[in-house]
Design a protein around this ligand. Structure first.
Ligand code: NAD
Ligand code: IPM
Ligand code: MN
Length: 369
């Protein structure tokens, strides 16, 4: 099996965590005799510096010509004053729309071995396992008109929240299909008590639900959902939401796991799958070798599952992460109160590679007897 993976390390801790995800993929390739060809390209702040654009043509072309894209993070404080369309983040949004993936899957799982680093009490977070399905190509992020204009002697800024029935239907179907393979429940999040886009969202999701009689649907307003998410996370299975609500709720869901560095994502439904951790470039810790690579490594696992149909290899990476946490390895963000030993980003990646190899060896030995 030969596959071409474009890597886009980006800014801040992006290169540090991406290197570990690549290392784990290389370990999987070595175990199974797969050929993963990696080609690295610039995106975000580094691309602005090098090419004058947050998404250079060569980067976009490479992504479109590859089988999957693995991204680190974009963004740096030095670009904070630029208008939205010139910032590093604009490169990521352009890439998302060019690749066409409209469903962004963001799992949030509470691991008992690091439960103590979550500010949530054990009895609240323990066992929580949520899949956020975030719509990724619509809503306020892409709606027109947008901009800042002079109007009647003052300055007015506008963004447009817009959704069509088709845009809602396609992401809803992803959520219901996912729920079928999980615990059979979809919670659809909206603000239908105020917003027309949410009214259409609610009606459309309810109509799609009629085709999935084996799945239970509930609707929650986003403000209440934000509260339930950290007071009773176990009540959720699949959480379906529009773009901006999903952005906010997924960082909140990180509290369940204990660190933003734990969360992975997969963007599916387009020509080429895009895999990226949920966290950003973390300028406060960039370059210190302390970034948690779990989100990036788990995103690589999602790539194997969703782009290459390598379910077993994906599960083995996920199990390796769990085993490494259980063995006590920690980056500083997940160390507090959990015991174990603090290691660097690359040491953590290394032990995950060892665990992946061990798991595969055990499986081979089991099949040999
Ligand atoms: P952030 O996610 O970068 O960091 C928030 C906090 O979480 C920081 O304290 C950081 O140190 C910590 N953190 C994040 N990832 C971590 C990891 N892997 N290990 C340990 N700690 C981790 O969010 P921010 O500070 O609001 O944004 C910084 C920049 O990143 C901004 O420019 C923003 O636009 C960008 N951003 C990019 C992406 C992306 O590329 N997908 C996502 C979110 C934010
Ligand atoms: C995320 C990020 C991005 C988003 C930014 C960097 C554009 O916060 O992936 O969660 O808002 O989608
Ligand atoms: Mn975000």
């Amino acid at each position: 099996m030969r596959t071409r993976i474009t890597t886009l390390p980006g800014d801040g801790i992006g290169p540090e965590v991406t290197a570990e995800a690549v290392r784990v993929l290389q370990a999987v390739a070595a175990i199974h005799g797969y050929r993963f060809e990696f080609e690295e390209h610039a995106i975000g702040g580094v691309a602005i510096k090098q090419y004058g654009s947050p998404l250079p043509r060569t980067t976009l072309d490479a992504c479109l010509a590859s089988d999957a894209v693995l991204l680190g993070a974009v963004g740096a404080p030095e670009y904070d004053r630029l208008p939205p369309n010139q910032r590093p983040e604009a490169g990521l949004l352009l890439l998302r729309s060019a690749l066409g993936g409209y469903a962004n899957l963001r799992p949030a799982i509470s691991y008992s071995s690091i439960g103590a680093c979550s500010p949530l009490r054990d009895e609240i977070a323990y066992g929580a396992d949520i899949l956020i399905v975030r719509e990724l190509l619509g809503g306020l992020y892409f709606g027109e008109p947008r901009g800042i204009d002079a109007v009647n002697g003052t300055t007015v800024a506008r963004n447009t929240m817009r959704y069509s029935v088709e845009e809602i239907e396609r992401v809803a179907r992803v959520a219901f299909e996912a729920a079928r393979k999980r615990r059979g429940k979809v919670t659809s999040v909206d603000k239908a008590n105020v917003l027309e886009t949410s009214q259409l969202w609610r009606q459309t999701v309810a109509r799609v639900a009629a085709q999935y009689t084996d799945v239970t649907l509930e609707h929650l307003y986003v403000d209440a959902c934000a509260m339930h998410l950290i007071t009773n996370p176990r009540r959720f299975d699949v959480l379906l939401t529009e773009n901006l609500f999903g952005d906010i709720l997924s960082d909140e869901a990180a509290v369940i796991t204990g660190s933003l560095g734990m969360l992975a994502s997969a963007t599916i439904g387009g020509e080429v799958g895009l895999y990226e951790p949920v966290h950003g470039s973390a300028p406060d810790i960039a370059g210190s070798g302390t970034a948690n690579p779990c989100g990036a490594i788990a995103s690589a696992a999602m790539m194997l599952r969703h782009s290459f149909q390598l379910e077993q290899e994906a599960s083995e990476i996920e199990l390796a992460i769990e085993n490494v946490l259980e063995a006590g390895y920690r980056t500083p963000d997940i160390a507090k109160g959990t015991g174990g030993y603090v290691v660097t980003t690359s040491e953590f990646g290394e032990v995950v590679c060892e665990a992946v190899t061990e798991i595969a060896d055990m499986r081979h030995a089991y099949h040999a007897v």
